[in-house]
Design a protein around this ligand. Structure first.
Ligand SMILES: [Mg+2]
Length: 396
């Protein structure tokens, strides 16, 4: 058997590893084979990178507490009102102590923590803080990829600050955020985005964690599979039933086995459990598309059940496009669906504006291809390339 459709974005070394895995052999030898692959040097993964994932701690709640010191030490949540079926957007650690979590219904949050102070979001204040933070990042590198108002990847591989030490840069960036913006941030430092993101959670709040290239293997091996991006509660339970609770457990699975159980996502799992993530940090200025997506705790059983989540995604997309000032560059609209069996489909159409109705049509078309429960939905826009380049020119 041969790997007929090797993912073309992979470097030679991984391609060989994938091919070896697909060609089979006893399970237990799979990772050993991988270790023994020695492709020519010119074919090896690009030079090691230094990625920082920066994430502010309880961002909205932190900004509110900064502006009203009387809130300090008290449980604070930012979100919708309990009597209007509101949801918690962010809460501080004092509130988490009571079991309050983001995305929880505010009514439930107040039940768990009767003294909870619930504040309405003041987005403009958060945007101002976010712009200040972005400006700090850009003092270190142009390769900044914001994930949300308070989270971003930085590729500092070529940055000369702090003698080129990403660890020291992260420390300095966090100190500047604290001094200039008045809130704390945590950071993960690693050779790729996936590991950096997990590492930023390690010493939260107001801390950082470094995973050196030689530590990636052991760091990832010990990770619980539920920590992997795209693995929600349902998949984690399925993996546990199949005997895999850590990434090390999953390494004994061949690529073929992973694909049989998880479709396309199996390829990604194969890479992730080995700490492989070649995704580049894409700065906003090079961005060719903007999208939002959500993996649901419980599969959405039918098309009707997808309607409300799609509306929420489109609302989030509008905000994200506005924040990137990209509305005038929209040329296509896209919808992504991952079904319960992990098969994935994308539908797109030409369009220059974000209209819910159009996304509903795309959803219908995509859903008809699977006709089964949905575990992930995404909505996005593609941006006109020529326009993007013009936009690029404006910044230079
Ligand atoms: Mg955060």
């Amino acid at each position: 058997m041969v790997c007929r459709t090797p993912p073309n974005r992979h470097s030679g070394s991984i391609f060989f590893a994938l091919q070896k895995a697909v060609t089979g052999g006893p399970r237990r030898f799979c990772s050993v084979k991988y270790e023994r692959v020695h492709p020519p040097l010119s074919f090896v993964t690009p030079r090691p990178r230094k990625i920082i994932h920066c994430d502010c701690d309880c961002f909205y709640a932190a900004v509110e507490t900064r502006d009203d010191p009387s809130l300090r030490g008290k449980p604070v949540a930012v979100g919708g009102r309990a009597d209007q079926r509101g949801v918690v957007a962010t809460c501080n650690y004092e509130a988490r102590h009571f079991g309050v979590r983001s995305a929880m219904a505010t009514a439930q949050a107040v039940q768990r923590c009767p003294d909870l102070i619930v504040l309405p979001p003041t987005m403009e204040k958060y945007r101002v803080a976010s712009r200040q933070i972005l400006a700090i990042y850009r003092d270190y590198t142009d390769l900044v990829e914001p994930l949300s108002l308070d989270e971003a990847y930085l590729d500092v591989s070529d940055a000369r600050h702090c003698h080129g030490s990403a660890t020291l840069m992260a420390r300095e960036i966090r100190a500047r955020i604290a001094a200039d913006v008045g809130i704390t941030a945590s950071a993960g430092i690693a050779p790729n985005k996936f590991v950096a993101k997990i590492a930023s959670d390690w010493n939260k709040p107001d801390g950082q964690h470094v995973v050196l290239p030689e530590q990636v293997d052991a760091f990832v091996a010990a990770l619980q599979v539920k920590k992997l991006f795209g693995v929600g509660a349902v998949t984690a339970a399925k993996l546990n039933r199949l005997g895999a609770s850590t990434c090390a457990d999953l390494r004994s699975w061949s690529l073929l086995e992973l694909q049989q159980h998880f479709g396309k996502f199996g390829t990604r799992l194969f890479e992730l459990v080995r700490g492989i993530d070649l995704r580049e940090v894409c700065s906003d200025r090079e961005r060719k598309s903007i999208s939002v997506e959500e993996t649901y705790n419980q599969d959405l059983p039918d098309l009707a059940a997808c309607a409300a989540p799609m509306r929420t995604l489109v609302e989030q997309l509008v905000l994200r496009v506005q924040r990137n000032d990209a509305a005038r560059f929209i040329c296509k609209l896209t919808v992504k669906i991952r079904f319960a069996d992990f098969r994935q489909t994308s539908v797109e159409c030409l369009g220059t504006g974000i209209e819910l109705q159009t996304f509903r049509h795309l959803l219908e078309t995509g859903f008809a291809r699977g006709m089964q429960p949905v575990r992930l939905l995404g909505a996005g826009v593609r941006l006109e390339e020529e326009e993007s380049e013009q936009q690029l020119g404006l910044f230079e």
